[in-house]
Design a protein around this ligand. Sequence first.
Ligand SMILES: *[C@@H]1O[C@H](CO)[C@@H](O)[C@H](O)[C@H]1NC(C)=O
Ligand SMILES: *[C@@H]1O[C@H](CO)[C@@H](O)[C@H](O)[C@H]1NC(C)=O
Ligand SMILES: *[C@@H]1O[C@H](CO)[C@@H](O)[C@H](O)[C@H]1NC(C)=O
Length: 465
Amino acid sequence: VAPRGLPPSRMASLGILLGLLITSCFTFCLSCQNSNEFALTNPEKRSTKESDSKKTKAEEELDTEVLEVFHPTQEWQALRPGQAVPAGSHVRLNLQTGAREVKRQQEDKFQSDLKGLKKGRRLDINTNTYTSQDLKSALAKFKEGAQMENSKEEQARQAKVKQLFRPIEELKKEFDELNVVIETDMQIMVRLINKFNSSNSSLEEKIAALFDLEYYVHQMDNAQDLLSFGGLQVVINGLNSTEPLVKEYAAFVLGAAFSSNPKVQVEAIEGGALQKLLVILATEQPLTAKKKVLFALCSLLRHFPYAQQQFLKLGGLQVLRSLVQEKSTKVLAVRVVTLLYDLVTEKMFAEEEAELTQDSSSEKLQQYRQVHLLPELREQGWCEITAHLLALPEHDAREKVLQTLGVLLTTCWDHYRQDPQLSRTLGSLQSEYQALASLELQEGEDEGYFRELLASINNLLKELR
Ligand SMILES: *[C@@H]1O[C@H](CO)[C@@H](O)[C@H](O)[C@H]1NC(C)=O
Ligand SMILES: *[C@@H]1O[C@H](CO)[C@@H](O)[C@H](O)[C@H]1NC(C)=O
Ligand SMILES: *[C@@H]1O[C@H](CO)[C@@H](O)[C@H](O)[C@H]1NC(C)=O
């Protein structure tokens, strides 16, 4: 489970609160001239002409810093304190570095967002809740005020500054009007769903709403709250969209929401999610969409034997088979095999557990017993398919395939034994990994990765002898 800090809305509010504090301090301490830290918000000093040139220099440096408008690019960039952000930028808090990061909101942002997502958990500070335009214009006004050094204009300047730094209550009211309030996760999800569901939203807005929503539904409670106001169904219906990107990001949200969340998984089955996911996998779609749909399918099926039964009934194995066999989706083969391996072992563990606890009456076990996965796998040619996948060049792909061959060994034993290509492949992999394992050993690793691969190959060869 990814680490979580304060929800983004709260982070934003904290920042604003801090801002309010500093501003109010300034309001009430206009005449205090004791601190360098407040030099920034204390243009007073200049007119009093007490300040030495060093201080003025420092002020100016700080001034340019605070007034600097950040120019986001397509990549996430760390935001320095005080930098202003153009409206429409995407802001997040990198929980690993603690830095606020910004980038340009763009159509192809979604792909790079995904990369960022892998690097570190993000907190999206939705820039819609307060427009940075407001911030910018306030800063611009401040600059005007700060530049007025002529003491004749002192009064006008004072008035202007006063106008800028109004009493805290007034500011609060204004922020409220800008909709900067502490939103609960529920409120945020409702807002995002409305955005996604609205016919007025552009495609980009819809995708952005889904992208943000995905962050929230990782939390079990949030995913369940999504059910309570019909949000889940809206996302499931998104799978019907004619836009491949909407399908893709709807699946992205669903995958996160289903994950180890039985309540949501049950609702999703009732809401027709399984059929829709399979239809997408079975039809012509961009690979990126199929990838996320496969991910959503995996999280829907895991630890949910009823869904697994339905999956078999709906011809899910045929759909997965064509994924593995079609040229355009072959790259998904390892993910498919991993899913099958997980389903097979899950059922085995359920049986083992029942044996250990001497309790075979549980509802879940009964459900698992209705999932006739192994016979179907055999019938539908998965013995051959899995055997041929061992020819994949990557070590980790082979590792997955070897594991799967292991759990299918009993079911596919005669197929595997009679497959000349499989025994050739196993033979050549054996010598390859013997060499790699001995290198590994020379480097002092006596429980190395290649040694393990070699062990499972040796084991398979022994069993098939
Ligand atoms: C769409 O926008 C128009 C005007 O901007 C508004 O009158 C209408 O209520 C909106 N519809 C929805 C579904 O939000
Ligand atoms: C989504 O929009 C449809 C019609 O546009 C509406 O009937 C439905 O209630 C909306 N769903 C949610 C959860 O807002
Ligand atoms: C979604 O598409 C499926 C066929 O793929 C269709 O049966 C179903 O009625 C559609 N649902 C909605 C809500 O449009």
